[in-house]
Design a binder for this molecule. Structure first.
Ligand SMILES: *Cc1c(COP(=O)(O)O)cnc(C)c1O
Length: 398
């Protein structure tokens, strides 16, 4: 029987046609599809500005750069996330502090935020784990009180809503990933959306080596009289030459290609239908597993809708004869692509040795990790695939 992965992309002929169009055009890297994709995601998410980059990780790095994060600064995030949510802080020399998760939604527990805030804290990276938005009102209120920025790591939650507002309009900056297991794909890719023009401009420069052309330099000069680098460059006679460009800061090559954005733009048109199909599968899973004495199904808050990136079951190991490892291996043997999201970030060797984190530091996250099991969820799963997953899980869980 065929292997059912935990997630996969949905690409059809009109996606392929969209990409082929670009391949035949004059632009394969910095062409018109990039801005079109950015504009389309602004429209979708209700944000004013968007910056498309080469990955979700690059998007997170850009957002930390825009906030001016550097050595000595602390950023708070959840331990139940992908490594990139913390690494983006480390790239700039900052420090990651974790706050434990809520035992029901597995998202960061806002009730524990204030005890982790210090005079060095600059921002909170809220991770919408599995696709359900975090408690954004509470998180934003705490951030406002302590003058912190909020970045929404929405790699799981493109298309979700919170109190009728789309994800993208809930934080100072929101980042998306277009990796093939996420809701829509560009192969590799990511985007930041924001209502803050200055953040957007900084991130645009950061994505292309920190280099600006002369037109941009003159515009920047009008806006920011206190930029020393701009004053310095004004003393250079070269600045009046037509070929002039300058590197204002140390940036990266985080550009995304026109080929990728043509795919992303076409995928975005289908996002709502992808989420509808994900929800159908989720409802079937809920029905099948809700009454099981061995399983805890995902908890949904009533004031928000998840984009359902992942379907994570919790095993009630105290009631079971089998270990999570046995369940995992038996399901893999049945070609069910189960997975575990995530090993808590504070327990990764790099974080342990760099910051001295250890087991016991974040008990809710650790107990969640010990019992979590991700089962397959993606739009092209057939009803038969879905029943096969349900039957296999039901058979194996004891
Ligand atoms: C996927 C993911 C990222 C990183 O995205 P890439 O596009 O793979 O770099 C960041 N945060 C979370 C929570 C993710 O799931």
């Amino acid at each position: 029987m065929k292997y059912i992965p935990y997630g996969r992309q949905t690409i059809d002929q009109n996606d392929i046609d969209a990409v082929t169009e670009v391949l035949k055009s004059d632009w394969v890297t910095q062409g018109p599809s990039i801005q079109r994709f950015e504009t389309a995601l602004c429209d979708y998410s209700g944000a004013k500005y968007a910056v498309a980059v080469s990955s979700g990780t690059a998007a997170l790095h850009c957002s930390m750069y825009a906030l001016g994060i550097g050595a000595g600064d602390e950023i708070i995030t959840s331990p139940i996330t992908f490594a990139a949510s913390g690494n983006c802080v480390l790239y700039l020399g900052g420090t990651v502090r974790f706050v434990d998760i809520k035992p029901d939604t597995y998202c960061i527990d806002y009730r524990k935020l204030e005890e982790a805030i210090t005079p060095r804290t600059k921002a909170i990276i809220a991770v919408d784990f599995t696709g359900q938005p975090c408690d954004m009102d509470e998180i934003n209120a705490i951030a406002q009180k302590h003058k912190l920025a909020v970045v929404d790591d929405a790699a799981h939650s493109l298309g979700a809503t919170y109190k009728d507002n789309p994800v993208g309009a809930l934080a100072a900056m929101t980042i998306f990933s277009f990796h093939p297991v996420k809701h829509i794909t560009t192969g590799e890719g990511g985007m930041i959306v924001t209502n803050n023009k200055m953040f957007a401009e900084k991130m645009r420069t950061f994505r292309t080596h920190g280099i600006i052309n002369n037109d941009d330099r003159l515009i920047l000069k009008e806006q920011a009289a206190d930029n020393e680098n701009l004053e310095l460059s004004d003393k250079n006679p070269d600045t009046r030459s037509p070929w002039y460009y300058e590197m204002q800061d140390l940036g990266y090559n985080y550009r995304i290609s026109d080929i990728q954005c043509a795919l992303g733009l076409n995928q975005l048109k289908k996002l709502d239908s992808f989420i509808t199909r994900r929800l159908e599968i989720v409802q079937r899973y809920n029905e099948a597993f809700e009454k099981s004495p061995y399983l805890v199904t995902p908890h949904q808050e009533s004031d928000r809708s998840s984009a359902w990136h992942l379907y994570v079951l919790r095993l009630r190991l105290d009631k079971m004869k089998k270990s999570r490892r046995e369940v995992f291996e038996e399901l893999r043997a049945l070609n069910i692509g189960v997975h575990v999201h995530y090993i808590p970030l504070h327990l990764q060797p790099y974080y342990r040795t760099t910051f001295g984190y250890k087991r016991g530091d974040f008990p809710e996250a650790e107990s969640f990790y010990d019992s979590a099991l991700t089962i397959p969820l993606f739009p092209t799963m057939t009803n038969d695939d879905c029943e096969r997953v349900i039957n296999s899980v039901t058979k194996v869980i004891r």
